[in-house]
Design a protein around this ligand. Structure first.
Ligand SMILES: [Zn+2]
Ligand SMILES: [Zn+2]
Length: 286
């Protein structure tokens, strides 16, 4: 009886809360009624041997994950990256027919990393959401976006083929100004997310310090590909090269624009002895 009363009371309180404090959409700033979601119960005990089907079952989509933060209309503004894409850099081709193949740019000037992938297009609701995390300090978005990124990792990669996950670093001055590195926030909970999903990550380590941005650069925003490459050249170094030797590395960032930044990072890591470098970002600019 007490149990039932407690349940009723919780329901009344949460309904009241919804009326008194409706949620505000991060994208369009309109008020909306929140579908309550408790992340810990969302990531409950599931037993599955196939990680990919597990991720599929759990429906780790932008729509599901961002429900507490975005109104129903903005939730539908996410554009997934879909085949056909470039087998190397992952760019989504304009033509929506045909098979995945290597794009002209990758054929002409191959990148240093092996492959780059992203779950969504850097546009509309996704772009605004990433801006909220990065520039408005809404770090409560790091968890759901981190889950979205982890789900992308499991669906694109064989987890046994990754030894080391590294965030693209910020220069210390920018880090101090912003207070966090958004790329690191996106991966810092991966071990805990994997644990909650019963996904083993036997070899994988996350390291936020091995790759450093040793030279301060101008922001890449508004620059073309060539300018970006010049701007970012020799901006990165390794503080302990022994940590990357023979490692299969996954480099993580929030957005892939021209690929100049991750390409420069990959160059440094390979020079340091890494056996291969792949790239995963939340979004892909088009
Ligand atoms: Zn909205
Ligand atoms: Zn390409």
């Amino acid at each position: 009886m007490r149990h039932v009363m407690k349940k009723i009371l919780i329901r009344i309180t949460s309904a009241l809360k919804d009326v008194v404090f409706p949620a505000r959409c991060l994208v369009c700033e309109s008020f909306f009624h929140l579908k309550h979601r408790n992340w810990n119960s969302y990531l409950t005990e599931i037993d599955s041997r196939d990680d990919r089907s597990l991720i599929y079952q759990k429906n780790f989509t932008f729509y599901e994950l961002m429900t507490p933060f975005l109104c129903p209309t903005c939730l539908t503004g996410f554009l997934p990256v879909e085949s056909p894409v470039c087998l190397k850099c992952g760019i989504m081709f304009k033509s929506r027919v045909g098979e995945d193949h290597v794009c002209g740019e990758c054929l002409e000037s191959p990148n240093r990393f092996a492959i780059a992938r992203a779950p969504g297009i850097y546009d509309q609701a996704f772009k605004t959401t990433i801006h909220c995390l990065k520039y408005k300090g809404k770090i409560q978005l790091a968890r759901p976006l981190g889950i979205l990124l982890f789900a992308a990792f499991i669906s694109f990669w064989n987890k046994k083929n990754t030894d080391l996950v590294l965030p693209v670093p910020l220069h210390i001055k920018r880090f101090r100004k912003r207070g966090f590195n958004q790329a690191f926030l996106l991966i810092k909970d991966w071990t805990c997310i994997a644990g909650a999903l019963n996904i083993e990550l036997p070899y994988m380590q996350i390291d936020r310090d091995v790759l450093v941005r040793s030279r301060q650069t101008e922001p890449q925003v508004g620059k073309g590909r060539k300018e970006r490459m010049v701007n970012i050249k020799n901006a990165f170094s390794l503080n302990d090269p022994s940590k990357v030797v023979k490692k299969r590395i996954l480099l993580v960032d929030d957005v892939y624009t021209s690929g100049a930044t991750v390409n420069e990072c990959a160059k440094v890591l390979l020079r340091g002895g890494a056996s291969c470098v792949d790239v995963l970002t939340l979004a892909r600019a088009i």
